[in-house]
Design a protein around this ligand. Sequence first.
Ligand SMILES: [Zn+2]
Ligand SMILES: [Zn+2]
Length: 97
Amino acid sequence: MPRDSTPQTYLCALCQREVKQVTRHHLVPKSEGGRETVDLCAACHKTLHAFFTNRTLSMELSTIESLHRQPELQAYLRWVRKQADRRITVRTKNQRR
Ligand SMILES: [Zn+2]
Ligand SMILES: [Zn+2]
């Protein structure tokens, strides 16, 4: 069992919140030969894949800047920044584009 005495926080690359845990997101999917990764909190990561398909992500949204320009994500980010780091229920859309 790893000792977990020092509370460490990580910075989410998308919402810029400090969170206890981040997950690695490939800006371009591995299957498309992408190598660059960013650390995202669980909520952002889930939201990203709920809103966009891998194809859209790799074709149009392969940078953090392009993600920040998405209206869907701007609304989400405004909301999530007001949330504490706790389990967030992400509202998913039926239709991904
Ligand atoms: Zn985040
Ligand atoms: Zn991902």
